[in-house]
Design a protein around this ligand. Structure first.
Ligand SMILES: Cc1cc2nc3c(=O)[nH]c(=O)nc-3n(C[C@H](O)[C@H](O)[C@H](O)COP(=O)(O)OP(=O)(O)OC[C@H]3O[C@@H](n4cnc5c(N)ncnc54)[C@H](O)[C@@H]3O)c2cc1C
Length: 430
């Protein structure tokens, strides 16, 4: 029996069978085989979701052999890929060809289809999440049919399927909008969090990609300001990159987390020593700047809220942490994106701020996450589909203006629930 587990190690599955399709007709065959037996199908990407969204009850489909570039169209500025491609591979390919993704999240270990299916996003006040870059896709649905979807063909499935939660069918090939490759100038520096919040609108507006991390038990935030530049690449020397990105952000930080796990009372003091290299500034290709290496494992919850509520919401989280006495060794991450028109995107129809909370692997997260969730609920908070939360369909449907539109497409494409699992039953109602 195969046991599958996700990156954080908090989700497991013992599927009946594992499939590794190499072409679209293999995917059609797997779906046909499962439906004939009245069994369920679940594709897994890189297992980087913290929720049970990728847990396969019966047939687990791995896309590790269906991961190639299909074509690049320099006139239309589009790339078409097989859905199992890992984002870091896509970035390397695009960079070599002189192109880039317009925005990315903070790691690139995910498959493109996994990232799109859960509404993965980065930061940037005028930038959307990744799914808004989709211009077309092919979808293998429960009937065994393959639907070509775009704004002009199967347009309703296209509209809803850009963030599909893996519940509409199996994404086969995906076409994405790309941009000419570009460089970013990155400036990373600590700031007093109160001063930062007083001036937050300016920081968001003045930078192409702005984010910060508030460090619990301190009045400090680590800020990251990335701006498009024509300056030549000037990455830190190899040793400095290793020291800053691997040693400080992973090894030293991991060591501090371990000590904190065994001696939680030391956490507030350890937080004051949280690794920071002071101010650093460098220029590099966009994909090198957006993404970091993450070897310290953790559990995460992230909420999208109305952007105008971010200061109040974060200040309530800070107050709550003090009042409840939570001992936290991970920073709270805050990002910003522009709204889009995708029914189940966490950015649907509004400009957003994202507040993400983390707990070191092996430590108790539920009491802290529930308190944060209660605060985010006061600001129409929408949970990231791939990150831990406690909401069900009855609460979620009120948060998405086009919820019904998505549900109607799902009812039509998958009436028997071939692509469902326990998590989807909870968040979608069946
Ligand atoms: C260290 C780390 C950093 C992260 N950083 C960010 C970040 O910066 N921003 C952000 O928004 N999120 C972030 N995430 C969350 C992550 O982007 C999402 O959970 C994403 O879904 C993971 O992609 P995956 O390939 O691992 O997919 P999985 O977790 O394996 O699957 C996710 C969903 O996609 C579905 N799926 C996958 N492939 C297909 C397909 N071909 N057809 C249909 N459905 C499919 C699965 O069935 C499942 O429903 C991070 C997670 C981790 C662990």
């Amino acid at each position: 029996m195969t046991t599958w587990k996700n990156w954080a190690g908090n989700q497991r599955a013992n599927p009946l069978k594992v499939h590794e399709p190499e072409c679209e007709s293999d995917i059609v065959a797997v779906v046909g085989y499962a439906t004939a037996l009245q069994q369920r199908v679940k594709v897994v990407g890189s297992g980087h979701s913290f929720t049970a969204i990728a847990v396969a009850p019966d047939h687990l489909v791995k896309m590790t052999r269906y991961n190639k570039i299909v074509s690049i169209d320099a006139e239309k500025m589009e790339v078409t890929v097989e859905s199992g491609i890992v984002i870091s591979d896509l970035n390397k390919y695009l960079n070599k060809a002189g192109f880039a993704m317009p925005n990315l999240g903070d790691v690139t270990y995910q498959t493109i289809s996994g990232a799109l299916s859960t509404s993965t996003h980065g930061t940037g006040a005028l930038r959307t999440g990744l799914a808004a870059q989709i211009t077309a896709f092919r979808l293998v649905v429960a009937s065994g049919e393959v639907l070509s979807c775009s704004p002009t063909e199967n347009s309703e499935v296209f509209h809803c399927g850009r963030v599909g939660l893996g519940a509409l069918g199996v994404l086969s090939t995906i076409t994405l909008r790309i941009v000419p490759s570009f460089r970013l100038q990155a400036v990373e520096e600590p700031m007093r969090v109160d001063a930062l919040l007083t001036d937050i609108e300016r920081h968001i507006a003045d930078n192409d990609f702005f984010e910060f991390y508030w460090i619990p038990h301190t009045g400090w935030a680590l800020t990251k300001r990335n701006n498009v530049t024509q300056l030549p690449a000037d990455p830190p020397a190899r040793f400095k990159t290793w020291f800053n990105k691997m040693f400080m952000e992973n090894i030293a930080f991991g060591a501090i987390c371990y000590v904190g796990r065994f001696f939680p009372r030391l956490i507030p003091r350890l937080s004051k020593a949280l690794p920071s290299t002071g101010r650093t500034e460098y220029v590099n290709a966009s994909h090198q700047i957006f993404a970091s290496k993450r070897i310290v494992r953790f559990y995460e919850m992230e909420y999208s809220i109305r952007r105008d509520a971010v200061v109040e919401a974060l200040n309530r989280v800070r107050k709550m942490v003090d009042e409840k006495g939570f001992l936290l060794n991970f920073p709270v991450e805050v990002r910003f994106t522009a709204g889009d028109d995708i029914p189940l995107s966490t950015g649907s129809g509004r400009d957003n701020a994202y507040i993400a909370v983390h707990v070191f692997k092996g430590m108790k997260y539920e009491p802290y996450f529930r308190e944060v969730e209660a605060i985010m609920s006061d600001y129409d908070g929408r949970p990231h589909w791939g990150k831990i939360h406690f909401k069900s369909a009855d609460a979620l449907e009120r948060l998405y203006p086009e919820w019904k539109r998505y549900i109607e497409v799902r009812n039509r494409l998958d009436p028997e629930g071939v692509f469902t699992n326990d998590y989807l039953r909870r968040v979608l109602g069946r």
